[in-house]
Design a protein. Structure first.
Length: 323
């Protein structure tokens, strides 16, 4: 049977209308069953955010949200990229997810092609700290000292490709200095050696380093965010203290599989913004050493692409490999 061009056009219009009706029905009925929040191993920053999201969004969406801990960024990407684009599988992840293409040559997914951003949930600045024996009371002092003693100052990290590691690599690149990296199995041993003077400096998580700063065992020079933070009143940023344009923060946000309906993404976004801005969750985030952002999907998408461009260059130039 042959169909005329006008017949094909009529069929196309009919199919388009039917698909539109199906999409509208899906969006109107969403959510009508539990939503799965896929995230990294229990106890990490992304897991913390996922559990806060589960608590808050359950209230605002009137459906249960279940946290599903699945390990590394690669595994998370594979699970969520293969999931249906129906809004019932949500990824909660940080930089190890969208920076994965710079560490691994062959991935079955792409962070921008296969995922749609929902919201940038929280950010966490690091703090540049030195041992009191280091003759540097400011960022400029440290840069001058590092240039006088290339390769002699050691910095500790608790994992290759982690935010503190990339913060140090970005610092070296922008300041034109050479520091020696000492890697540890976790930030705890790195802090212990920093306090003991075995390493001279570190880009540490604020909630972990500040008790040692207050006790005098470490000296804080600056925070890594682009702007001053209420988390650390009176503390200068690296950008203002000697490295204009410097910024390195840990970011955790939410994604869904690509092709998820915009109406569903907007429902998730609006619920997430309300949840993270609720006083209870906002206080818990602040007390953990982080700050709520709760952005639009569009803003989060811009941030991810910017971070991939900026930090991807740092990773390539420094030859950083996964452990």
């Amino acid at each position: 049977m042959h169909m005329s061009k006008s017949g094909f056009l009529a069929l196309f219009v009919l199919c388009s209308a039917l698909m539109h009706d199906v999409h509208v029905a899906l969006a109107q009925n969403y959510p009508n069953k539990p939503i799965r929040l896929v995230t990294s191993a229990a106890g990490g920053g992304a897991d913390f955010v996922a559990r806060l999201a589960a608590q808050g969004l359950t209230r605002f969406l009137a459906q249960q949200l279940v946290v599903d801990n699945r390990g590394s960024g690669i595994i998370l990407g594979e699970i969520v990229a293969r999931a249906p684009s129906d809004g019932y599988t949500v990824l909660v992840a940080g930089p190890t997810f969208w920076l994965a293409p710079f560490f691994y040559e062959r991935l079955n997914w792409d962070p921008t092609r296969d995922f749609s951003p929902v919201t940038l949930a929280i950010t966490s600045p690091n703090v540049l700290v030195v041992h009191p024996s280091v003759a540097a009371n400011s960022v400029k002092d440290l840069i001058t000292l590092a240039k006088m003693r290339p390769g002699e100052l050691n910095y500790g990290t608790g994992g290759s490709g982690s935010t503190p590691h990339l913060a140090a690599e970005l610092f070296m690149s922008m300041a034109g200095v050479n520091l020696t990296r000492i890697n540890y199995k976790g930030s705890g041993p790195a802090f212990n050696d920093l306090i003991a003077g075995q390493v001279q400096l570190m880009f540490g998580v604020g909630s972990a380093v500040m008790p040692h700063v207050k006790s005098g065992r470490l000296r804080a020079l600056a925070i890594t965010s682009a702007h001053p933070s209420d988390l650390f009143p009176g503390m200068a940023t690296l950008s203002a203290a000697g490295l204009p344009g410097y910024e390195s923060v840990n970011i955790v946000g939410m994604f869904v599989p690509a092709k998820t309906l915009p109406t569903i993404i907007n429902q998730l976004n609006q619920a997430a913004v309300r949840a993270f801005n609720s006083p209870e969750i906002k206080d818990r985030v602040f007390n953990s050493g982080s700050e709520v952002v709760a952005s639009t999907p569009e803003r989060f998408g811009v941030v991810v692409k910017s971070e991939m461009t900026r930090l991807g260059k740092v990773i390539r130039d420094a030859g950083i490999k996964p452990e």
